[in-house]
Design a protein around this ligand. Sequence first.
Ligand SMILES: O=C(O)CCC(=O)C(=O)O
Length: 239
Amino acid sequence: MDGELFPRERTLIAPGAVHVPDWLGPQRQRELLAACREWARPPAGLRTVSTPGGGTMTARQVCLGLHWYPYAYARTAVDGDGAPVKPMPGWLAELGRDAVAAAYAGTGDAGTGDAGVPAGPCEAYDIALINFYDGDARMGMHRDAEERSAAPVVSLSLGDACVFRFGNTASRGHPYRDVELRSGDLFVFGGPSRRAYHGVPRVLPGTAPPTLGLTGRLNITLRVGGLGQPPAPATPDGH
Ligand SMILES: O=C(O)CCC(=O)C(=O)O
């Protein structure tokens, strides 16, 4: 994985969607991994997510700030142990803001640049979803559509590399691009790509940096909800 002939470059994957390889250094990755291990502990820790159709997601998940479940947000782990969701740390919100600035750096002055995203400050990141992929875990094509804010989604990868499929806003099918996300990579999608379908068809086992100490893959997805404080739903599946 290391020592490639050509360094991996920051790449515009679609308007508003940018891949920044190696954005997190080894020390920052270790710190984030340690934080994920704490967040994964109960209460409101790592859980298996059931879908309304009766299936389960193979990637397990823990949330910060607001609790996501198919397909809404709540203040408590309504589809888990019912405990209040852990708070979104200020430092993680700041990391989200820095990630957006890094991804869109040099992409325009007034209005839109090559990334097609309006320049300017964005709202505070108040939600994190941490997805853990082990074994054959994957994630189907979906849109991040429960937020009211149009702020870009920030995605950070730790551990094993994966194939990240980034598609279009109309359907789960073509056109899409497959991008290899490795430990430390940043992917940001906003502007015209904010509601694009995306998923993880494959994790590449055994590709994590040996010094990180993680078997499997962690993804930290940061979002701005624009939701205020949503009430807890009446029933566990929100229907
Ligand atoms: O694991 C990933 O890279 C994608 C996660 C994702 O799409 C999500 O949490 O909505």
